[in-house]
Design a protein around this ligand. Structure first.
Ligand code: AHR
Length: 629
């Protein structure tokens, strides 16, 4: 009131207008009849080794540089203990795949414990579970080896065990040990292995491929870090696309992800130089990906190398006869996955512990072949792979790595799907709300990667934009079969790409950072119907967006408010009376959850529907799900 007298006529009018405008709201009538079927796979995960998401991340092995691998192996993460020195030894290779070992030289006259430490991947999360350590030792030694987990600065001991060893100088002897741990307050922990120096004085010992595991997810041997697997479990995704992404393609043909070098005993896996700056051990390899899918109930989406690597000026793309060996290699990979144990590669799989074929139905040919010089040859490469795979496995669904028509065959083979990647601005994602409304329904889509990008942490505005985009996808989930936020995981200490869905640290207590986008994915994935229902409204889409679905008697209405005004919402679903409303919101569009703050978390409340009518308020910058029955 007071302010009016000081305003110009025009300003007063516009203030009045804006006050009137504050009465916002939408009324939605959800049909209980008919509807379009929704893809049961719609929400899932895309995974590759980026941001130490695999080694140092979801792969349970905790020691960094444990095989001294790479083109210039060095002592990264290792340090000596006591009066001894350590070095990378090429004279005593563990195997042809792990061509180096860690040499411990102990001077004459040494007394006391000597050995080495490993600092893990920016720390070691000691979570109080029973740990396992495996290593090989070469050199005459018959006594105890002591393994401890100790605070880097505090010196506090979180585990200590002695394992009796009897080794010789002719060959490596394999040692395994399991021991209890006490939970550490943070990730600042070293793995320490020592021996009595007096027993080795004037001599050396060699150690090969040292490994350390916590109790893994579902107690799998060579399995997953439980905290990260649990975070994925809480989203209830439906599929896992692996192993990339750029990391499938490799910077060069030589450094592509080679399936046959990621299987079998870990000491026979050479690893490879990844595309995201660091060496990949491939300890989490092809079979571990399938175990991951089995343990988390995920449908595998297998990416296969399609004759193109990232390096510009390199010798790819391969076409014509040069492509054939890679097609054959893919057929061998598929036989390893799908063949019974009477086949060459199926029997190899059986010897590695999985008698039954794995369950794969979806195979993607390449990655982003529209980019970096891959487009021109992709029609030929896709067709060659498609024809060979389809002839051998006609039931497999084959996915092209782009929807760019200029990179695809003029006639797409029947049944092929298209992968479309969408890294975008917030406004860009919102503007694509109706991207799929008028697509040809006969060609299914996979949104293999999407998110707001080029920011560090997703803020509520960015995550609401993703929700608007996802509402657009879900409304079209007769044709959009699957969609995955990417990238999935990020070790905050060494990051190559932001934002990511689930950043993490090595702190065993607060390992997971639940980003605002994580909550959006979770809210959308856990509240899924099988049928998209028609919704009628007098309001147009924007700033409020919605989609409704049902599964039997359960209804789900997802809403996003991409605006700074509160919205009153009335949802009518005839015959329904009770529901739960989950809301994720913040008035500040920049509010985010990071490694130092948690500002945005969902709230839940029960709501009742008077005569099937649910009334509630949608805050500014919010995502909401009404689950009613
Ligand atoms: O998700 C990060 C990268 O983005 C993927 O490796 C690649 O497919 C895309 O360009």
């Amino acid at each position: 009131m007071v302010a009016f007298s000081t305003l110009s006529g025009l300003s007063a009018l516009s203030l009045l207008f804006s006050l009137v405008q504050k009465v916002h709201g939408v009324s939605l009538e959800v049909s209980t009849e008919g509807g379009n079927s929704s893809s049961p796979l719609l929400y899932g995960f895309m995974f590759e080794d980026i941001n130490y998401s695999n080694d140092g991340g979801i792969y349970g092995q905790l020691l960094q540089n444990n095989g001294l691998q790479g083109s210039s192996p060095n002592l990264t993460a290792w340090a000596s203990v006591g009066d001894a020195t350590i070095s990378v030894d090429a004279e005593n290779p563990l195997t042809s795949a792990i061509p180096h070992s860690l040499r411990l030289d102990v001077p004459e006259g040494t007394t006391g414990q000597v050995g080495f430490t490993n600092e893990g991947y920016w720390g070691i999360p000691v979570d109080g579970s029973t740990f396992q350590s495996y290593f090989w030792i070469k050199g005459d030694f018959s006594n105890n080896v002591t393994i401890r987990l100790v605070g880097t600065n505090s010196g506090t001991e979180y585990a200590s065990t002695s394992v009796e060893v009897s080794s010789n100088a002719d060959e490596f002897t394999y040692i395994t040990t399991s021991f209890p741990t006490t939970k550490a307050p943070d990730g600042d922990v070293l793995y320490e292995l020592t021996v009595d120096g007096e027993l080795v004085a004037g001599r050396s010992l060699n150690f090969g491929l040292l490994q350390l595991f916590p109790e893994t997810y579902k107690s799998r041997y060579n399995g997953l870090k439980p905290q990260l697997a649990n975070a994925l479990e809480s989203i209830k995704g439906s599929f896992l696309r692996f192993p990339g992404g750029n990391n499938l393609e490799g910077d060069t043909e030589e450094t592509r992800w080679k399936w046959n070098e990621t299987i079998g005993p870990v000491e026979d896996r050479p690893g490879h130089q990844g595309t995201w700056t660091y060496y990949n051990t491939d300890g989490l390899g092809l079979m571990e990906y399938f175990y991951w899918c089995e343990d988390l109930n995920l449908t595998p989406v297998l990416g296969v190398w399609a004759g193109f690597a990232l390096e510009s000026g390199g010798n790819t793309p391969f076409t014509g006869d040069a492509l054939q060996p890679y097609i054959d290699d893919t057929l061998n990979e598929l036989e390893f996955i799908l063949g019974d144990s009477s086949t060459t590669y199926g029997s190899l799989r059986a010897t590695y512990g999985h008698e039954e074929p794995f369950d794969v139905t979806l195979v993607e040919i390449g990655n982003e072949d529209n980019l970096g010089g891959g487009c021109e040859s992709y029609a030929e490469r896709f067709t060659a792979f498609y024809d060979a795979i389809h002839a051998a496995y006609p039931d497999l669904i084959l996915i092209a790595s782009t929807d760019n028509a200029s990179c695809l065959p003029s006639t797409l083979p029947e049944g092929a799907w298209l992968d479309f990647h969408d890294y975008n601005t917030a406004d860009g994602l919102v503007s694509e709300f109706n991207l799929f409304d008028n697509k040809d329904r006969s060609v299914p889509y996979f949104i293999g990667e999407y998110s707001r990008w080029e920011i560090e942490w997703p803020s509520i505005k960015n995550s609401v934009a993703e929700a608007v985009y996802m509402i657009g996808l879900e409304r079209n989930s007769d044709v959009v079969k699957m969609a995955a936020y990417a990238p999935l995981l990020q070790l905050v200490n060494s990051t190559q790409w932001t934002p990511d869905l689930i950043p993490f640290t090595q702190n065993p207590t607060n390992m997971i950072i639940e980003t605002v986008s994580y909550y959006v994915q979770q809210m959308f994935s856990v509240n899924r119907g099988d049928t998209i229902k028609e919704v009628t409204s007098d309001s147009a889409f924007g700033p409020v967006y919605w989609v409704a679905s049902s599964a039997g008697d359960n209804y789900y209405v997802k809403l996003a408010n991409y605006g700074s005004e509160t919205q009153d919402v009335v949802v009518s679903i005839p015959g329904l009376s009770s529901g739960k409303l989950t809301v994720l919101a913040d008035n500040d569009p920049e509010a985010s959850n990071t490694d130092t703050q948690t500002l945005v978390t969902p709230s839940e409340k029960d709501v009742t529907g008077e005569d099937g009518s649910f009334s509630f308020t949608l805050p500014a910058w919010s995502v909401a799900v009404l689950a009613a029955n």
